[in-house]
Ligand binder design. Structure first.
Ligand SMILES: NC(=O)C1=CN([C@@H]2O[C@H](COP(=O)(O)OP(=O)(O)OC[C@H]3O[C@@H](n4cnc5c(N)ncnc54)[C@H](O)[C@@H]3O)[C@@H](O)[C@H]2O)C=CC1
Ligand SMILES: O=C([O-])CC(=O)C(=O)O
Length: 356
């Protein structure tokens, strides 16, 4: 039979293992993390990831832990955050990591955040459109944005959950209802379309993808994804066959991955890479760096639609300036008409979901 001191030591060992704020020391003595000399919260930004235990969330959390601009990283999910947090917290980079599990901890996860990144929600399976995710993801995004309104209404929000063409309007409506809407601070993440476009264009042209910059405008689903190949940098020209191939491949990049994964989800690793590239741009903007320009799906007057993806300049306030589309060729003008038609329906659906 175990003595009471053995039992107490065992309980201490288990609770140290479960509680990320407690560190198990040699000789079974237990030191509360609060009693460590580390101060935490050094200069830098506080970032929360909602959906942090998912396919995107985990590599995204790892990459954000490596970002020197991040001082505090909050990982929130409805499952598995203790394990992901424990794992990532052992990385010897600057950010202090804290985990939050379940809806009762959402407010703690969000309080004081400068940037909130949202990859929470279900991904596609083969044969589905992004809009098929609406019924589940709309409610998830609505609840999370209600939390943001309450706990960190001035945070920049990077919304990844699909269908982005509808979830961004949902978030805007939630913030409007709460009286906290600042259109400069809500950005739908379309960076993966740019990342793919850079990669595929570089392949066709025989260039290094890091030297290629393709503006992708419109939205984030099928024909709403409109690469502006006439504006590629460095300046270049394409044959009609190359334009057709590239436009179709960029518009269907997500489906290409969904089919290759054959039921095991959609893009996660390239998306985490794209999300970190975009979040880093937002943080550099918050820091006051000049000339940070990326494509994002935002509240916009570039077209007659209330939301549209195009190049935006980021600043301490989020979106400081939205650039016009620039000169389009006939192929792109036709693409724009198709994109706007589909986008209008997706935007209306998102708005109606909150107003109903
Ligand atoms: N904007 C873009 O370019 C892209 C968007 N996506 C979208 O990102 C979303 C996530 O994709 P994956 O990470 O692959 O899915 P996943 O299923 O692997 O992970 C989603 C995570 O969200 C969590 N979650 C569910 N309900 C939640 C709630 N109420 N609060 C907090 N967390 C919650 C789940 O527990 C899970 O850990 C999907 O909607 C997907 O379509 C995916 C790729 C690209
Ligand atoms: O295709 C999907 O469902 C996920 C996504 O948005 C992408 O990979 O672009």
């Amino acid at each position: 039979m175990q003595s009471s001191s053995e039992i107490n030591q065992r309980i201490a060992r288990i609770s140290a293992h479960l509680n990320p704020h407690t560190i198990q020391m040699e000789g079974n003595s237990v030191l509360r993390r609060d009693n460590c000399r580390a101060k935490g919260g050094s200069a830098g930004f506080k970032v929360a990831i909602l959906g942090a235990a998912g396919g995107i969330g985990q590599p995204l959390a790892m990459l954000m832990k490596m970002n020197p601009l991040v001082s505090v990283l909050h990982l929130y999910d409805v499952v598995n955050t203790p394990g992901v947090t424990s794992d990532i917290s052992h990385m010897d980079t600057g950010a202090v990591v804290r985990g939050f599990l379940g809806k009762d901890s959402l407010e703690d996860a969000l309080t004081g955040m400068d940037l909130v990144i949202i990859p929470a929600g279900v991904p596609r399976k083969p044969g589905m459109t992004r809009d098929d995710l609406f019924n589940i993801n709309a409610g998830i995004v609505k609840t999370l944005c209600e939390g943001i309104s309450k706990c960190c209404p001035r945070a920049i929000v990077n919304l990844i959950s699909n269908p982005v063409n509808s979830t961004v309007p949902i978030a805007a409506e939630v913030f409007k209802k709460a009286g906290t809407y600042d259109p400069r601070r809500l950005l739908g993440v379309t960076m993966l379309d740019v990342v793919r476009a850079n990669t595929f264009v570089a392949e066709v042209l025989g260039l290094d993808p890091r030297e290629v910059d393709v503006p992708v405008v419109g939205g984030h689903a099928g024909v709403t994804i409109l690469p502006l190949l006439s504006q590629v940098k460095p300046s270049c020209s394409f044959t009609p066959q190359e334009i057709e191939y590239l436009t179709t491949r960029i518009q269907n990049g997500g489906t290409e991955v969904v089919e290759a994964k054959a039921g095991a989800g959609s893009a996660t690793l390239s998306m985490a890479y794209a999300a970190v590239k975009f979040a880093d741009a937002c943080l550099r903007g918050l820091r006051g760096d000049a000339g940070i320009v990326e494509c994002a799906f935002v509240d916009s007057q570039v077209t007659e639609l209330p939301f549209f993806a195009s190049k935006v300049r980021l600043s301490r306030n989020g979106v400081e300036e939205i650039y016009p589309l620039g000169p389009l060729n006939e192929y792109e003008r036709n693409g724009l008409e198709k994109a706007k038609k589909e986008l209008a329906g997706s935007i209306d659906k998102g708005i109606a979901f909150v107003r109903k």
